[in-house]
Write a protein that binds this ligand. Structure first.
Ligand SMILES: [Mn+2]
Length: 191
């Protein structure tokens, strides 16, 4: 079973995540409406079962909550993927959303890296600070142990741009975690 249950509690946040790479229940609650919308889109478009219960210090702002959900979600992927054998490893996808076009490419490499190329004209979408998009994806990529490149090719509306980006990352991850009959896809023999 390609699943993981993760819990993480600090003075700033209390987070529980359950993940199945092969689908299942989707239920998201972080206290930040737009972030819930993005995580829900990520799960549905990735074909993942995902529950996220996060209670964070939103009286300060959303930073700790968003970054820490990225950490915990990343750890869940790392555990669910195990030794990374029998997967496609790479995934690349473009998602258009109205006027915006988002790109994501992933290598489930064991080598954490994030390339993030996007500048949002609006500082916020609802209660979500748009700059937290990069913080989330960095925490996710580094804790999952993946190389992730993502970019907004063009666009104007930050809601469309960020939603397109989450969907592009979701589809890239869906392709990369897809089961294959091969063993570990590496000339080194392990990842
Ligand atoms: Mn939307």
């Amino acid at each position: 079973m390609r699943t993981s249950v993760q819990k993480r509690k600090t003075k700033e946040t209390d987070i529980a995540v359950s993940l199945s790479l092969d689908g299942g229940e989707v239920s998201i609650s972080t206290g930040i409406g737009f972030f819930d919308h993005m995580l829900n889109a990520f799960a549905v478009h990735g074909g993942f079962g995902l529950t996220v219960e996060a209670i964070g210090d939103l009286e300060i702002d959303g930073h700790h909550t968003v970054e820490d959900v990225g950490i915990v979600l990343g750890k869940a992927f790392a555990e669910a993927l195990g030794d990374k054998s029998g997967i496609a490893r790479f995934g690349t996808f473009f998602v258009p959303m109205d006027e915006a076009l988002a790109f994501a490419s992933v290598d489930i490499s064991g080598r954490p890296y994030l390339v993030f190329q996007a500048e949002f004209e609006q500082e916020r979408v609802g209660e979500f600070d748009t700059c937290l998009t990069e913080e989330f994806l960095r925490a996710f990529a580094f804790n999952a142990g993946i190389t992730l490149h993502t970019r907004i090719e063009y666009g104007k509306n930050a809601h469309h741009e960020i939603e397109g980006m989450f969907k592009a990352v979701a589809h890239a991850m869906r392709l990369a975690v897809a089961k294959t009959s091969a063993g570990v896809l590496s000339t080194k023999g392990s990842l």
